[in-house]
Design a protein around this ligand. Structure first.
Ligand code: HEM
Length: 349
């Protein structure tokens, strides 16, 4: 069975607004999306916009202000290094054996990663990673507040905690603990939710994979067709009209990897899932390919994302799981994080 023929048995159904973006703007360069928003899909224009200035603190995906408090670059960098050390430590342990990864994805992969990376932390910290908490920010904050107020909290110096858990344990006073717990969630969410979404997308697009195809190439190709960060927002700023006359002084700009990743001028068979294409392409230097943002300020977490995603994919490939043959349709809802909802993995017949 050729790789590209596999997905033809499955149909990916984008939410209407995403489908309209693809239908109306694929192959376009700079176009109006809303009275106050311009979309950018052309790779040269995207390059100029993203190189023009750094993301502001409210545009940044991971370290936006937390409960009204700005997160400095120094703190963001320290937190990223902390979670990075927890990931490295988890990856250095013997590989989990006999894990059952059948079930509904990305939830199943998310729970696996949560336990792999943060499993040493007490329930009150791990619960911050419950997927239900994605639903409302208010709920997240109430769980964080309750967790910060309860007695019996994690103690500084408890060697069983992860490095990220130690940061919470070291926080003094209710406000600081609450802030540290919010930060715990901010840093751990992309490691668990986002990585699992990425792997789930890959499984939906191409499983079962041919033996000779590398996990890395599969992940790059999945990031191309279903980029979890499908848009990169830049608020109106004087640099942009100066770069491109189609952008007005008050226009926000939405750079759209979802479109540039399928631009027929840039890719052979743009809609086909062909991991083999990455054997000769450099993911850090391929025009229009921006799954981790622009080279001037690329995602700080990508070095932990790739090995975690490869491990997860490898475990699924080794356990002979397949996408339920009865599941023919995968829906991609309109959310900040782009992914196929509810992919069912079952044992191969
Ligand atoms: C599949 C997983 C991930 C994807 C697809 C992803 C994607 C991105 C993208 C597209 C940007 C650029 C945003 C912009 O220019 O506005 C970015 C920036 C960033 N990412 Fe990631 N990311 C992932 C995981 C992570 C992880 C695990 C961490 C660390 C915990 C992380 C931390 C950051 C930071 C610190 C930045 C830069 C500035 C900021 O957001 O505060 N990312 N990421």
């Amino acid at each position: 069975m050729s790789l590209s023929s596999v997905p033809r048995t499955r149909t990916t159904v984008f939410a209407p607004r995403l489908a309209a973006l693809l239908k109306d703007h694929l192959g376009q360069d700079v176009f109006r999306l809303e009275p106050d928003t311009v979309g950018v899909a052309g790779h040269e224009a995207a390059d100029r916009i993203l190189a023009a200035r750094r993301a502001t603190e409210t545009e940044r995906p991971t370290f936006k202000p937390l409960h009204g408090r700005s997160i400095s670059r120094t703190e963001a960098s320290a937190v990223t290094r902390t979670v990075g050390s927890d990931v490295r430590e988890a990856l250095a342990r013997p590989r989990p054996q006999d894990v059952d990864l059948s079930g509904v994805w990305p939830l199943t992969g998310h729970l696996f990663l949560r336990d792999l990376v943060l499993g040493q932390d007490p329930y009150r910290l791990r619960v911050l990673m419950s997927r239900n908490l994605e639903l409302t920010t208010l709920l997240t904050w109430s769980v964080i507040s309750v967790g910060a107020a309860l007695p019996g909290r994690p103690r500084a110096g408890d060697g069983r905690l992860t490095a990220l858990g130690q940061r919470v344990a070291g926080a003094v006073g209710y406000q600081e603990r609450r802030y540290a717990m919010g930060m715990y969630r901010r840093a751990a969410a992309p490691v668990c939710f986002t990585v699992s979404t990425l792997v789930s997308n890959a499984l939906w697009l191409g499983a079962p994979f041919d033996d000779g195809v590398s996990n890395r190439d599969i992940i790059h190709e999945s990031l191309r067709l279903l980029p979890p960060s499908w848009n990169i927002l830049r608020n109106a700023s004087p640099e942009y009209p100066a770069l491109d006359g189609r952008i007005g002084a008050d226009d926000d700009v939405l750079v759209l990897p979802l479109l540039s990743h399928r631009d027929p001028a840039l890719w052979d068979e743009p809609d086909a899932f062909r991991p083999e294409r990455w054997r000769t392409l450099d993911p850090d230097d391929t025009p229009g390919y921006l799954p981790f943002g622009h080279s001037s300020e690329r995602c700080w977490g990508r070095h932990m994302v790739m090995p975690l995603a490869e491990l997860l994919l490898d475990l699924v490939r080794g356990s002979h799981l397949v996408v339920d043959p009865d599941q023919r349709t995968g829906k991609v809802p309109l959310l900040g994080l782009l992914g196929v909802a509810d992919v069912r993995l079952v044992k191969a017949a």
